[in-house]
Design a binder for this molecule. Structure first.
Ligand code: ADP
Ligand code: MG
Length: 664
């Protein structure tokens, strides 16, 4: 009776055995072929030689030539990971994760083993990790604890052209660590700076080295401009896509550049609907989306091949501009806008707004159509409009609020005035940053500014100083648990799902969480209810809430709680809403706005006229005289997002140093 079983076993073994190695080798060969076909492959020896002779090497080459995925592997094979980790910085979280996964796959290993990544609130590395992808923010925070970056043998500062504030700071910190390690006769720190469009002279002078330009291989891209100016670029994009769909072969994939999640999801929805109607049931067009808030699984989906005869359409933010390369793209549609953080030195508040791309960005975007074969780029703007674009994007350090940066440098005992900046931030901005850190109690300003013990605690959190302040003072308001939850849920975006089809039902579902006090307490209600439910998946679905955002918030909360525990903060809890609101005011006193006669709000620190964002629970209701907000969003209009009502008396009680507020 036993024999059939045995037979079956042998049978299985016989089939399985010869099959799997074949599958494995063919997969390996194709990866190897791909690696060898990349432009950096031919420069392997040259790169290694340069790095042997010099401590710093600048490498510039076209996007998609293999810098990010291949160079770390060259270094690993050349033995650079024997006495330390090879670290690669990425300006974006999404890029760090996708690229790490790709390299792990190329080395046929699991992510978190030889190849790993660390991004804010998520660490996927182990003691075996030799190649470590990190966001520049993560490495910067590590440098506060370890200024010489002793863990690393090589640091690759990737995507240097992006010029994020964190990357700019790292340029100086890494240079300093090299010098100091030399002085102390420690092992040299090798630095590779790579970029797609770097200004080699500028970087070369700064790092005191020459640049290497790697010849790429790209195909010609035909560029088409809009014939006339269009108000509604999303519509232009949509029309263009279906024109492409009608007139080009199905295997020409399309990459569309848009500005953000909402725009992307809404256009994706429209395209899917139109594609269905057109093709009577079967669709010959598959839509993928790619933006920072997307879950990891979804982010990787756009790399999957679609069936023959099904066109792949990817709607992406500028993530796909240089950090992530998707094979097979033959057409690009460029909306011509990008969401950018910028601030006004007079008020010190960062504003997220859609602005025109720079000419460099426009060319970078069009180049994405010519990776594999010749391609076409359709621009949703006229040639004349493009004349008004700036040449290159301004480094972030020149256009965002430097408060966090100043504090981080002070935690490294560096005064901004003595820091070796590639491009120094504006004096005026620095002055207001010092002022606001002083008001937060993070520093003591004077002829020389010092970081206070509170300030040192603030930099322990990977958060904007305002949020750190909230956490650090919450115990004294008796509401640590609540503030932990609130800050966590604020760190996560888009908790509320709103689907244009089911808007009314969703609104109804959301109503039960509404707090008349405003959005912060509403979000807290959502998070508390989420924490209590035993069936989070079903519960989120039924309540039109984003399970992924809430799970992320829960994860963030755990980590913030860990840091708070290390700092010996008292974990108290309170249901006194007034105390919670006062505590928020204590951190966000710069974000007070006062109601005007005409129904607009005027922000106290910058005199910006704005309305309450339509997504707010306070929108369309009676208008409180005093509010505080967490974000300013500028589209055609200016909106305050996440708003809470406060009272005038609290301002004098909690933050008496805030002046010039009219009493009602
Ligand atoms: P660079 O950093 O120079 O822009 P990359 O190293 O990111 O180039 O990419 C090299 C090549 O690897 C690209 O042409 C792309 O097609 C391929 N590639 C990168 N990531 C993936 C992935 N997740 N799946 C499949 N191919 C990928
Ligand atoms: Mg790259």
């Amino acid at each position: 009776a036993n024999s059939p079983v045995i037979e079956k076993k042998t049978h299985v073994a016989q089939i399985k055995h010869p099959m799997s190695p074949v599958l494995l080798t063919s997969k390996r060969t194709s990866i190897e072929q791909l690696q060898k076909s990349l432009p950096v492959y031919n420069c392997r020896q040259r790169i290694l030689k340069e790095l042997e002779l010099n401590d710093t090497v600048l490498i510039m080459s076209e996007t998609g030539s293999g810098k990010t995925t291949q160079i770390p592997q060259f270094l690993l094979q050349a033995g650079y990971a024997k006495n330390g980790v090879i670290g690669i910085t990425q300006p974006r979280r999404v890029a760090a994760i996708t690229v790490a996964r790709r390299v792990a796959q190329e080395l046929s290993g699991n992510i978190g083993d030889t190849v790993g990544y660390t991004v804010r609130f998520e660490d996927c590395t182990s003691k075996n990790t030799k190649i470590r992808f990190v966001t520049d923010g993560v490495l910067l925070r590590e440098s506060i604890r370890d200024r010489l970056l002793l863990k690393y043998s090589v640091i690759i500062l990737d995507e240097a052209h992006e010029r994020t504030v964190n990357a700019d700071l790292l340029f100086g910190i890494v240079k300093d660590a090299q010098k100091e390690r030399r002085k102390q006769r420690l092992a040299n720190l090798k630095v590779v700076v790579t970029s797609a469009t770097m200004d080699i002279d500028h970087f070369g002078k700064y790092f005191n080295c020459k640049g290497m330009y790697l010849e790429g291989r790209t195909y010609p891209v035909r560029v088409m401009h809009a014939k006339e100016e269009h108000e509604d670029y999303v519509h232009t994009v949509l029309v263009t896509l279906f024109h492409i769909h009608r007139t080009t072969p199905r295997n020409h994939d399309v990459l569309i550049f848009l500005t953000g999640q909402e725009e992307i999801e809404s256009l994706a929805h429209q395209i899917r609907q139109l594609a269905k109607i057109d093709m009577t049931g079967t669709t010959d067009l598959r839509v993928f989306t790619l933006y920072a808030q997307l879950s990891q699984g979804k982010q990787l989906e756009c790399f999957l091949p679609t069936p023959v005869n099904v066109r792949k359409v990817i709607l992406a933010t500028n993530i796909a501009e240089t950090s992530i390369t998707i094979p097979g793209i033959r057409c690009v549609i460029d909306c011509g806008f990008v969401k950018e953080k910028s601030y006004n030195t007079s008020d010190g508040l960062d504003v997220l707004k859609s602005v025109r791309v720079s000419r460099a960005q426009a060319w970078q975007r069009s180049g994405r159509a010519g990776r594999d074969a010749d391609g076409t780029c359709y621009r949703a703007y006229t040639k004349k409009e493009m004349d008004s674009f700036t040449d290159a994007t301004q480094p972030e350090i020149l256009r965002t609020n430097p408060t966090s940066m100043v504090l981080q440098l002070l935690a490294l005992d560096i005064d901004c005035n003595n820091f070796d900046f590639l491009d120094a931030p504006l004096e005026e901005g620095l002055r207001s940053a010092y002022k606001s850190l002083d008001a937060l109690g993070a520093i003591k300003s004077g002829s020389v500014s010092h970081i206070t013990p509170l300030g040192r605690q603030m930099v322990q959190y990977p958060l904007d100083p305002k949020y750190s302040k909230l956490l650090l003072t919450a115990s004294s308001f008796g509401c640590m648990e609540e503030i932990l939850s609130l800050v966590s849920v604020l760190s996560s975006d888009h908790v509320f799902v709103s689907n244009s089809d089911k808007n009314e039902i969703a609104t109804l579902a959301h109503a039960k969480f509404q707090s008349k006090h405003g959005d912060h307490l509403t979000l807290l209600n959502v998070f508390n209810a989420f924490s209590k439910t035993e069936k989070p998946k079903m519960w989120s679905h039924d309540n039109y809430l984003n399970l992924r955002s809430l799970t992320y918030a829960r994860n963030v909360r755990r980590q913030l709680a860990e840091i708070s525990e290390r700092l010996n903060l008292a974990f108290n809890s309170s249901d006194d809403i007034e105390m919670i609101k006062k505590c928020i005011l204590n951190g966000f006193f710069e974000n007070i706005a006062v109601l005007q006669r005409d129904g607009f709000y005027l922000t106290v620190s910058g005199n910006i006229r704005a309305k309450i964002h339509p997504s707010s629970v306070l929108h369309g209701k009676y208008k409180p005289s005093y509010i505080l907000f967490t974000e300013i969003v500028q589209t055609e209009q200016t909106f305050l997002r996440q708003v809470t009502e406060i009272s005038f008396e609290w301002i004098t009680e909690i933050v008496p140093f805030v002046k010039n507020i009219p009493s009602r």
